[in-house]
Design a protein around this ligand. Structure first.
Ligand SMILES: Cc1cc2nc3c(=O)[nH]c(=O)nc-3n(C[C@H](O)[C@H](O)[C@H](O)COP(=O)(O)OP(=O)(O)OC[C@H]3O[C@@H](n4cnc5c(N)ncnc54)[C@H](O)[C@@H]3O)c2cc1C
Length: 398
């Protein structure tokens, strides 16, 4: 039997996340959104948000108890991510989703020594901030999905074998989330020149102070104002073989077993879709035209009804993907997670646009949330692969 009712424990988790958004995320996000200074450094403010959220378990919900985790189901993770996304989607995705997903990656693919070393902080209720770098400035990231077995196609960062490890050289794009502020970096590099991309990628873990690892200036983006992105450079970086996660050339297959990245992003975007809907609903109840609140005009009412219906449809897709992540990870990774992510982002974009329409001319004022919703929603379109590339990927498994 399918039961979509949340348990008392899940409702409590939702309340904890909702309170955290009101008391911790929103005040910081507002301060960041109101700053027009391009040199603003959001991590100065978000560090404390991340620390408090980690203490509440938001980064370790899915980890096994031996690494300080709660071994909760993926559905619990998405309940939290939706709440965080409703507060600020850049904080939800950049800090919490990234760390939760990459720590899970170590728990699943790491050796026992790596788990102990990399996840040790999580056992004391702290969390390391993680970053994962694959995209490169001169290479289309969509090449990750390229079926043509030509070794020339795809990323150029290379890891050469030396006696006791590897030497990494290359550079990663200005869109690398948390580059320059993270404690730990997961770097995708090629370990074979003869094999095609999917058969030649390996994953390396680097600590922030590794010699030869450098970062560019913070990238200025149209939205996600609370996040930090920058280029990442690898200049003769010496990496011990103990920092190779999984088997050489197998990183592509390992990442396939991490649907939680896309599911967490999708849940965060359901949060954004919901926030845009609630903002517009509230406005429509108060704004009066032709002698009545604008919600009483059918043209406005229908928009609001669509926003609510689409948000609920996206939420159910995310929940479906979350259940699959625990029961059929392969199906979740190949079909359900990318489907949920593309759908949730689409709904967030549609709701953000409808909110702009419902607020009329006032939608363009910075004091309203509408511009932020719109920019943040569109960023979801290409973050962690574009909508088109994800759909082309899904088709291979239908
Ligand atoms: C907010 C944000 C955070 C990010 N964080 C990270 C991160 O932490 N780490 C990281 O490594 N990367 C990160 N990225 C990069 C992200 O993964 C890429 O930007 C994304 O995958 C798109 O790749 P691209 O920009 O190279 O576009 P391209 O691959 O150059 O594609 C350009 C356009 O062409 C289309 N296209 C390309 N190939 C095909 C094809 N075969 N068929 C049909 N259409 C095609 C695409 O859909 C797109 O519309 C982030 C991006 C954003 C926006």
């Amino acid at each position: 039997m399918i039961d979509l009712n949340l348990t008392a424990e899940q409702l409590q988790l939702q309340t904890i996340a909702r309170d955290f958004v009101e008391n911790v995320i929103k005040p910081v996000a507002t301060k960041i959104d109101e700053s027009n200074n391009p040199d603003f450094f959001p991590w100065d403010f978000c560090q404390e948000v991340f620390r408090k959220g980690a203490e509440l378990g938001f980064t370790s919900l899915l980890l096994p108890p031996e690494y300080g985790g709660m071994a909760r189901k993926c559905i619990d993770f998405v309940l939290v991510q939706e709440e965080l996304g409703a507060g600020d989607v850049s904080i939800a995705c950049s800090y919490f989703n990234m760390t939760a997903a990459m720590s899970l990656f170590v728990a699943r693919a790491g050796t026992s020594e790596q788990k102990k070393r990399i996840l040790s902080n999580f056992t004391s209720g702290e969390a390391l901030l993680f970053s994962a770098a694959e995209s490169e400035p001169a290479v289309a990231t969509s090449d990750m999905f390229c079926p043509i077995p030509d070794p020339q196609i795809g990323m150029k960062t290379f890891a050469y074998r030396v006696s006791d490890g590897y030497v990494l050289n290359g550079s990663k794009s200005c869109l690398i989330t948390n580059a320059g502020i993270a404690d730990g970096y997961f770097i995708l590099a090629r370990t074979s020149e003869e094999k095609p991309l999917q058969e030649s990628m390996s994953m390396f873990y680097l600590e922030a102070d590794t010699p030869g690892l450098k970062f560019g200036k913070r990238t200025q983006m149209i939205g996600w104002k609370a996040s930090h992105h920058a280029e990442l450079y690898l200049n003769n970086v010496q990496v011990p073989k103990e920092n190779l996660i999984g088997t050489e050339n197998q990183a592509g297959q390992l990442l396939m077993l991490l649907p939680e990245v896309a599911i967490g992003l999708a849940a965060s975007y359901v949060g954004l879709a919901r926030a845009a809907y609630e903002y517009a609903l509230n406005y429509a109840k108060q704004r009066v035209s032709w002698g009545r609140p604008i919600i009483e005009h059918q043209a406005v009412a229908l928009k609001l009804a669509d926003m609510m219906v689409n948000t609920q449809a996206a939420r159910l897709m995310v929940w479906d993907a979350a259940v699959a992540a625990d029961t059929n990870p392969q199906l979740a990774a190949t079909v359900k997670a990318p489907a949920a992510k593309t759908f949730a982002v689409d709904v967030a974009i549609k709701n953000a646009q409808a909110a702009v329409e419902i607020l009329g001319g006032y939608a363009v004022l910075q004091k309203h949330q509408t511009g932020k919703f719109l920019a943040d929603a569109w960023i979801g379109y290409s973050c962690d692969f574009t909508k088109d590339i994800l759909r082309l990927g899904i088709v291979n498994f239908l």
